[in-house]
Ligand binder design. Sequence first.
Ligand code: FAD
Length: 383
Amino acid sequence: MAKKGDMLYAWTNDADIKKKAELGGAVTALWKYALESKAVDAVFAIRKGKDLYDAQPVLITDPKELAQTAGSLHCGTLLMPKLVKKYLDGAKTMKIGVTVKGCDVMGFIELAKRKQINLDNVLMIGVNCGGSVSPVSARRMIADKFGVDPDKVHKEEIDKGQFIIEYEGGHKGISVDELEEAGYGRRSNCRRCKYKIPRLADIACGNWGVIGEKAGKATFVEVCSDRGANLVNGAVTKGILVTEPANPKGLEIRGKVEGAMFKLGDKWRRKDFTALGANLWETINKETSRCIKCYSCIENCPVCFTAAEDLKKGSLMVKPGELPPNPMFHLRRFAHISDTCINCGQCEELCPMEIPMALFSHAIRAEGDASFEPKLGKATYSN
Ligand SMILES: Cc1cc2nc3c(=O)[nH]c(=O)nc-3n(C[C@H](O)[C@H](O)[C@H](O)COP(=O)(O)OP(=O)(O)OC[C@H]3O[C@@H](n4cnc5c(N)ncnc54)[C@H](O)[C@@H]3O)c2cc1C
């Protein structure tokens, strides 16, 4: 029987899931069991929309429909917790299973602290995340660097440090380092992220550490809670999931890859934070002078959630009709979220004026952690 702390290789026997799954299909198989056993009322996951740059959130209640959510979409930009708060009543009235990346887990926790989400009703299966690519820049990157029409691409993946595409007529991989040095690749907040294995979820799944004959065919599963262990045990008993202990060598490799990702995160922090210049406030004032006061940064932030409507009515900081807003508006917002910014990048990703909001916010958060809580800085999420 699996228990909290176990490290497993897992794969499904369900033919429909197997066909679409990224690896062993453990995530989707576990959701199928969760729905069938009524451990959850619904599963909130991602499916491919119009094309592979269109990661669509979908709420599934019929286990037969789950296979459509299998597979990884690396060009999505979604953050799940804010959607659960906005459209699913913060999971106050139903039990929801959610597939989460590290930033999603942190967002759930921050919203739960603010009583916007009932975490007791949220079961989380985490997927390790080396980072995602913005759909717009993915298209640009594929056209410019791969020389391929983005509409001809039917599969993308990030494997062994390469961004790989399959398209009509072939497949091509380019090192992520090379792409990022050229200004493409993962979203900038993802490059700086150091929360790669979402251990605060109930289960954390990934491909790192799956070696030997199981490579590419099984999912690496870390059981992170008793609820997670119950889910795995139930799915195994039902025959929808097969598990075996992870190969110890694979486990060691997984640890090394995670360590290398931390170092890479540090490298990008140094690079991005240094590029902000000696006077951060001057840089912020200059960049935010493009602000058109659309409030998207607030509406999409998982940490501040009620302010936008109030701010639109006007306040000391935000006078109606004034553009750009007084710089105090942004400085005050950064102060408000500075100790809880989860570096999800939504503020920046969705800013129509391309102001590097997430970079400012993350720089302030990281410096605050280092200055005021040097010992605690890594204790929360290592984000
Ligand atoms: C953006 C991203 C980056 C990843 N990077 C790594 C990595 O560097 N190292 C590693 O070990 N593993 C990584 N993974 C996890 C890996 O790709 C598999 O998702 C995981 O191993 C589970 O495999 P599976 O066959 O069991 O999943 P499946 O049964 O195929 O299920 C995949 C689940 O992920 C959900 N999903 C797909 N795209 C997204 C998305 N953009 N955001 C949230 N949920 C999504 C699906 O809805 C589904 O629930 C990444 C996943 C994503 C989405």
